[in-house]
Design a binder for this molecule. Structure first.
Ligand SMILES: Cc1cc2nc3c(=O)[nH]c(=O)nc-3n(C[C@H](O)[C@H](O)[C@H](O)COP(=O)(O)OP(=O)(O)OC[C@H]3O[C@@H](n4cnc5c(N)ncnc54)[C@H](O)[C@@H]3O)c2cc1C
Length: 375
């Protein structure tokens, strides 16, 4: 246990250095250009951060991967949320393989991720189905030893840069199933690349699947287990989105504190005005409260405890905190907070997504309520 804490500390120290030297300096330009930053991806591979959730015998993190992943995401997100999202989607996209895949699937695909450095995509959402996962229309039809997949997947993070996808399909009237699909298989193509308000350094694309022939060996778990796997994935991903949100809030707060020390109004530094101190105090308090929830949810996942309610609470509270804190920190900077030369403007735009994806916050409230109503 002590050894694990020490390894985690070393990982975070190395990551902190990478963020300071490479990720933070590139964040504003990545946001401005909207270009996918392969250099950052390469640094995150080198450090092992994109492999954390893999099984330990495939170079993954032993013992406490979810907690370690969350701490890494928080650290990166303080400087660049688009880069932090790389860590989340890598974990989310490989979850079906890692937690529900069989040994043959792991033996084939884990080395493709770990050694060949393939990025993952997670193809669940469709133009007509987001919150309501059961409403997806993408079909997988059995044809001898294969399945044939047809459908359009929307909003896929890493959609046009990933080498492997986890694809949720309909294999029956109310039966959903996951498949592992390789990007260069015939019939897989990229549609529109989304032009977004925030997370502009993250690739978000439509992925089109037209008569894609997929071996039945690529069906993850049993036919009809897809919905259960997707819900299990959320238990891992929602603490990670909470960590991303906290990083954004912390990045904005740290910048605003420094600014408020140096900016003077009415003969004293901004930070000496009580109204400004109250904004900073509320932000700091919410971040600390959110960290408690995020860490509890991630540690529960690592220990195999059912964490659905905690994971939703963490995602809900931390993303609302990110939106509130970044909005308030724009206010602390006044007009300068609204100008692109200052990172708060980017963080404010990035924060909004955290309330929408991995289950919008209305859905988190529904889940928390449903969990509470269970006997
Ligand atoms: C940048 C970005 C990246 C994304 N990455 C991925 C990805 O990698 N893979 C993937 O599969 N998806 C991805 N998504 C999709 C994302 O998860 C969905 O956008 C999200 O789940 C919401 O679905 P929707 O947009 O269809 O909204 P809808 O489901 O149409 O909902 C619209 C609004 O209504 C609310 N609402 C819906 N139903 C109810 C209800 N019953 N009661 C109360 N309110 C309700 C929602 O909370 C939301 O506010 C991404 C989205 C974005 C924007």
């Amino acid at each position: 246990m002590i050894e694990r804490i020490e390894e985690q500390r070393i990982m975070l120290a190395n990551l902190k250095r990478l963020v300071k030297e490479k990720i933070a300096p590139a964040a504003a330009e990545t946001d401005r250009s909207g270009e996918f930053n392969w250099e950052v991806v390469s640094h995150l591979w080198d450090l092992g951060a994109l492999k954390i959730m893999l099984p330990p015998d495939h170079d993954g993190w032993p013992g406490n991967p979810s907690h370690t992943l969350c701490l890494c995401i928080e650290e990166v997100s303080k400087a660049c949320a688009s880069s932090a999202l790389l860590l989340i989607i890598q974990a989310v996209g490989s979850y079906p393989l890692i937690f529900a895949g069989n040994e043959a699937q792991k033996g084939k695909y884990c080395p493709m991720i770990s050694a060949e450095r393939k990025l993952m995509g997670y193809l669940v959402t469709e133009p007509g189905a987001g919150s309501d996962v059961q409403a997806i229309q993408c079909t997988a039809r059995r044809s001898g030893e294969n399945f044939i997949i047809n459908g359009r997947k929307a909003f896929a993070t890493n959609g046009s840069v990933a080498g492997l996808y986890s694809v949720l399909t309909k294999t029956g009237q109310r039966e959903l199933s996951f498949f592992i699909v390789e990007r260069d298989w015939k019939g897989v193509s990229i549609g529109r690349i989304e032009d977004k308000c925030g997370f502009r350094g993250s690739n978000t694309a439509e992925v089109i699947l037209e008569d894609v022939l997929v071996p039945s060996a690529n069906l993850v778990s049993a036919q009809g287990h897809g919905f259960k796997i997707a819900m299990g994935d959320f238990d891992m991903s929602r603490p990670a989105v909470a960590a991303l949100s906290l990083g954004l809030a912390e990045g904005a707060l740290d910048y605003a504190i420094e600014y408020a020390r140096n900016r003077h109004t009415f003969g004293k530094p901004l930070i000496q005005h009580q109204a400004i101190q109250f904004l900073l105090a509320d932000a700091s308090t919410s971040i600390e409260a959110g960290r408690g929830l995020m860490e509890r949810a991630a540690i529960a996942f690592d220990s195999g405890e059912r964490n659905t309610k905690l994971a939703s609470m963490a995602k809900l509270f931390c993303s609302d905190t990110a939106m509130k804190v970044t909005t308030d920190m724009v206010q602390v900077l006044g007009g300068y907070g609204y100008i692109k030369d200052y990172p708060i403007e980017r963080m404010f735009r990035d924060a909004k997504l955290t309330q929408i994806f991995e289950g919008a916050n209305q859905i988190q409230r529904m889940i928390i309520g449903r969990e509470m109503s269970k006997a």
